[in-house]
Design a binder for this molecule. Structure first.
Ligand code: PBG
Length: 327
């Protein structure tokens, strides 16, 4: 029996070459921002238990690692530091230390690989004795006093040579304050990638293990967004763009691709999305049990971001992707 079908979508799927020439989206190493965890010491490389295959490194080994990233065609990194407990307080003093680990890391990386685009996380949680992204007063996270410190922190990263600061704290008004601080300091060229729609998510768990930065009391729901909201994400992003954000970000990634697509449609700036530590851990854990094919899961998850209109993907799989493509 034959049917009289004029439209047969399967015609475009008959061979590999054909599928490739009609593919709507593609991923490349140019899409990635690679998060890096830097810690004190020398010669230190520690695998993060809840992120198998991903490491924290001292600065010397971070330098070796970024050279390898560059050699694989990767172009951007996002820096996080682990701060020792003795340096944590409720004011972010260490965050402003010119000779702090973050500042030294930025300087050393830009010296070793000047063309690499360096982003820094700007938030107080790694420096906070309460593990919160802001200054704590009577059990509340204060907005405006936190914003003042964040603006100084961004300026200190700019002094160290950063290309983009990435405020991830979700305080109101921080993009404007950071922008005016940078401009006043003569850093008109330093950009801001704002974590505009950052959700209060359980998927940050492995990251908080890695940096020992879990909130000491309560949770982050008074500043990070409610996972039930999407229009609010658009509102946040539009405010940030008004305030001077060059790139807006949605975080986490895979559970929030709808929000990324909405931001893409609502704005003219590049949209980034962060495939966070818990998303990495889920893929790694399932693959380790033989429940999913790791390589296929990496590729399928990354193309999902592109389909959702994401321009830049912050992902722990960037080097894996580059290695897969080089084979
Ligand atoms: C800190 C920050 C977090 C992440 C990036 N910046 C954790 C948090 O907000 O608690 C999470 C990244 C990840 O899980 O991969 N402001």
């Amino acid at each position: 029996m034959t049917f009289d079908l004029t439209k047969r979508p399967r015609r475009l799927r008959r061979s590999g070459f054909l599928r490739e020439i009609v593919a709507e989206h593609s991923v490349s190493v140019n899409d990635f921002i690679i998060p890096l965890f830097v810690q004190d010491g020398t010669g230190v490389e520690i695998e993060i238990p809840s992120m198998p295959g991903y490491h924290k490194r001292s600065l010397d080994l971070t330098i070796e690692h970024v050279k390898q990233l560059r050699d694989y065609g990767l172009k951007a990194v996002l820096l996080f530091v682990q701060v020792s407990d003795g340096l944590k307080d409720n004011a972010g003093v260490e965050a402003l230390n010119k000779l702090g680990l973050m500042q030294r890391a930025v300087e050393a990386i830009k010296l070793a690989v000047p063309e690499l685009i360096v982003f820094t996380d700007v938030a107080l949680d790694p420096y906070s004795k309460f593990g919160h992204d802001g200054i704590v007063k009577e059990g509340h996270i204060e907005n405006d006093s936190t914003v003042e410190v964040l603006a100084k922190m961004a300026l200190s990263h700019a002094n160290a040579g950063v290309d983009f600061v990435a405020p991830s704290d979700m305080m109101d008004g921080r993009v404007a304050a950071i922008r005016s601080g940078l401009d006043a300091g003569g850093f008109q060229h330093v950009g801001i990638m704002s974590y505009s729609a950052k959700y209060a998510s359980c998927f940050y768990g492995p990251f908080r293990d890695a940096l020992d930065s879990s909130p000491g009391f309560g949770d982050k729901k008074t500043y990070q967004m409610n996972p039930a909201n999407s229009l609010e994400g658009v509102k946040e992003a539009l405010i940030d763009i008004e305030e001077g954000a060059d790139i807006v970000m949605v975080k986490p990634g895979m559970p929030y691709l709808d929000v990324a697509l909405r931001l893409k449609e609502a704005s003219e700036v590049p949209v980034a999305s962060y495939q966070v530590s818990g998303e990495y851990a889920m893929i790694k854990a399932a693959a380790a049990r033989g429940w999913i094919d790791e390589e296929a899961a990496i590729l399928e998850s990354l193309i999902g971001f592109k389909r959702a209109g994401v321009d830049l993907i912050a992902t722990y799989f960037g080097l894996d992707y580059a290695k897969i493509m080089k084979r």
